[in-house]
Design a protein around this ligand. Structure first.
Ligand code: PMP
Length: 386
């Protein structure tokens, strides 16, 4: 990839140069006063960005899958019932992780591109009375966004702990952890949080910590165990050092800078900007005749888009987009893998980035002899933004 290419996949995203510069500062020792202050402050900013003033944040070296593993291993004891709502590849991954820790999982699986109707979730909660309800806010394999607010309300009504995989949504789509009654929100650094890959972020409600403290069996995952991490996070929040595993010092610098930028923009403004850019981009994609994987606009994520290739066009067009300096991702959902591609638009993404992406898509389609209203994508995008 040339330094001038644009990375437009749904994570890792293009990073802000200020965040990358913060990361390149000399590495302090993890017990140095300046690092204690920076990490403590970063944990506070994490709570603010998740809109979770009552929660405890865990920022730990690892990817989003570790964040899922942390949530599952600390909350599940063998034989616990879990209701998992899946809208794609990452929903299925959550099931595999939960089962690894002995959960008895009931899986409600949406049709590809759709969500599971709320009344089905409510009926299943009433029937099985699970300890935990897990949902994926945006499944990156389909670009489908679920209604976290409504699902969390249902979970609460049935006394289930509500766990949200927000890897492809946090800091891009609206997610009010405390207000909506979400118990665990987890994400990774490389998406709308805007920090290079390597951080797992897990924000945990008092109720979930209570359930953890009431465990009768030890957590089966040593690295993930909150018994090890809780004293560390509490210490840094109180501006003291504590050690379990060496923190990723430079990634914490980057997270501090990115959260500072995110909160300076403001969560509501940020959510609105993602919505506006996403709506305009999706309108542009529609204007050149491409359908989206989400079956209705109302359930489409605003952090990414997942357009189907037009008839007669295949995944080779991704290479042609790439030749035009734009990197998009191929399909991931096994049922439709060869039929669609994915574009990320989160974090510091600009209107110019999306215009360049649409232009490269149009150019690649023209070069593939697809017949369409040339230029309509860009024109529609610009009109929608104006
Ligand atoms: N959940 C979702 C919704 C994701 O999009 C991803 C990664 N794309 C993950 C979990 C796993 O994250 P990671 O690849 O960082 O392990």
């Amino acid at each position: 990839m040339s330094e001038r290419d644009l990375l437009m996949i749904p994570g890792p995203i293009n990073f802000d140069p200020g965040v990358l510069r913060a990361m390149s500062a000399p590495t302090a020792g993890h017990t140095a006063p300046e690092f204690i202050e920076r990490f403590g402050c970063t944990l506070e900013l994490t709570k603010q960005a998740f809109l979770a003033p009552s929660a405890t944040p865990f920022v730990i070296a690892g990817s989003g899958t570790l964040a899922m593993d942390i949530a599952a291993s600390n909350l599940v004891e063998p034989g616990d019932k879990v209701l998992a709502v899946s809208t794609g590849y990452f929903g299925e991954r959550m099931v595999a992780i939960l089962q690894r820790y002995g959960a008895e999982v009931t899986l409600l699986r949406a049709e590809v591109g759709d969500v599971v109707p709320l009344d089905r979730v409510a009926a299943e909660l009433a029937r099985s009375q699970p300890k935990i309800l897990t949902v994926t806010h945006v499944d990156t394999s389909t670009g489908v966004a679920v209604d976290v607010r409504a699902l969390a309300q249902l979970g609460r009504q049935h006394n289930a702990l509500v766990v949200v995989d927000g890897v492809c949504s946090v800091a891009g789509m609206e997610l009010r952890q405390d207000e909506w009654g979400v118990d665990v929100t987890l994400t990774a650094s490389q998406k709308a949080i805007g920090v290079p890959p390597g951080l797992a972020l897990v924000v945990v409600s008092p109720r979930a910590l209570e359930a953890f403290r009431a465990r009768k069996t030890p957590v089966a995952n040593y690295y993930a165990d909150w018994t090890n991490w809780l004293p560390v996070m509490e210490a840094y929040l109180a501006r003291k050092a504590a050690y379990f595993g060496t923190p990723p010092v430079n990634l914490v610098y980057a997270l501090h800078e990115s959260l500072r930028q995110i909160l300076a923009e403001g969560m509501e403004a940020r959510v609105a900007r993602h919505q506006k850019l996403s709506d305009a981009f999706k309108a542009g994609i529609a204007a050149i005749g491409l359908k989206q994987v989400p079956v209705r606009h109302a359930i489409a994520a605003t952090t990414m888009s997942a357009p189907y290739f037009p008839a007669e066009i295949d995944a080779k067009v991704i290479g042609k987009i790439r030749e035009r300096g734009i990197v998009v991702a191929g399909g991931l959902h096994p049922a439709i893998r060869e039929k669609y591609f994915r574009v990320g638009h989160m974090g510091v993404v600009s209107p110019a980035d999306l215009a360049a992406t649409l232009s490269a898509i149009e150019g690649a389609l023209l070069a593939s002899r697809y017949e369409f209203n040339e230029g309509a994508g860009l024109a529609t995008f610009e009109k929608a933004l104006a």
